[in-house]
Design a protein around this ligand. Structure first.
Ligand code: ATP
Ligand code: ZN
Length: 274
């Protein structure tokens, strides 16, 4: 029998069942992450699918055709055809369309919890095909989006350090701009559009447990959103993977959360299960 705090393998690589113990950790993380945002922050939850139109509009199907999960269903003709939804690859794609054609009077921030799917090629520890993330999304001016992202990233690093997770902050390629060619990738790196917080999620297995992205005015343009300064809105998002966070904690503090440091159990609301 596996420990009560683990993910349980299924015949599909990268697809897991989670135990009650694992879900208690995720639940604690979800509450703690929600508390990282301001009190009056609007919080949304996604379904596991999104309109295919949106994903095509943002170009995800071109940038990451290999990761996109498409949905097919039998039609009246008896033949399968592609549906008008696809599996959601990241939470914030659900947010931008909400503001399509809007002129924002003030900078806007909201938080969204998402069930995501990516047809990942590998299935190493922490690389799931179906996983959950919490995102914070900001629509603002260029300057404020960048400072917001960096402030939130340092607050997140502090929070993670309090949970015993020392993270390494590193500049990465921005997935929102696609794999692209080498020059594009180098440019994205140089502009520091994507910053990842890395931690060990298993023995010798380092992965991004969180990431902060600055998308410039890409989504503002696509969805005709004007920012508080009347210019095309810029956007940024901060995303945390629940399963990777939980795995990092289990790797750091051991497979039995009952034996984790009392303060961390308290921070994650795990005392009740003692
Ligand atoms: P990676 O480089 O590891 O593929 P990514 O840079 O594509 O991840 P993002 O698109 O920034 O990841 O996703 C936001 C967060 O969601 C990541 O920081 C990570 O915590 C989590 N995440 C992303 N992909 C996965 C996955 N396949 N399994 C579990 N969690 C994931
Ligand atoms: Zn995002």
């Amino acid at each position: 029998m596996r420990p009560d705090s683990a993910l349980v393998h299924t015949p599909a690589p990268g697809v897991y069942l989670s135990t009650r113990g694992f879900e208690s950790i995720v639940y604690g993380l979800a509450a703690a992450l929600a508390a990282l945002g301001s009190d009056d922050l609007q919080q949304l939850r996604t379904p596991p699918v999104i309109a295919r139109d949106i994903i095509e509009k943002v170009g995800y199907h071109r940038s990451f055709p290999h990761l996109l999960g498409r949905v097919y269903a039998k039609t009246d003709t008896g033949l399968p055809a592609e549906s008008d939804v696809v599996l959601l690859p990241a939470g914030c794609y659900c947010v931008y369309p909400l503001f399509a054609g809007v002129r924002l009077a003030v900078a806007t921030e909201l938080s969204i919890e998402a069930t995501c799917f990516r047809q990942e090629a590998g299935a190493e520890v922490g690389r799931l095909r179906s996983f959950r993330m919490r995102e914070f999304v900001r629509l603002d001016t260029a300057e404020h989006c960048l400072s917001w992202r960096d402030d939130r990233l340092s607050a997140a690093r502090e929070w993670l350090a309090g949970l015993g997770l020392e993270t390494e902050s590193t500049v990465a390629n921005d997935p929102f701009f696609g794999a692209g060619n080498r020059m594009m990738r180098a440019l994205q790196r140089e502009r520091e559009l994507k910053i990842e917080l890395l931690a060990e999620v298993g023995p010798g297995q380092v992965q991004a447990i969180g990431s902060g992205n600055y998308h410039t005015d890409q989504f503002g343009r696509l969805f005709a959103i004007a920012g508080p300064d009347g210019e095309v809105a810029h956007t940024a998002c901060l995303a945390f993977g629940y399963e990777r966070l939980a795995l990092a904690l289990l790797h750091r503090h051991g497979a039995d959360p009952h034996r984790w440091p009392e303060r961390i159990r308290k921070d994650l609301g795990l005392e009740a299960t003692h």
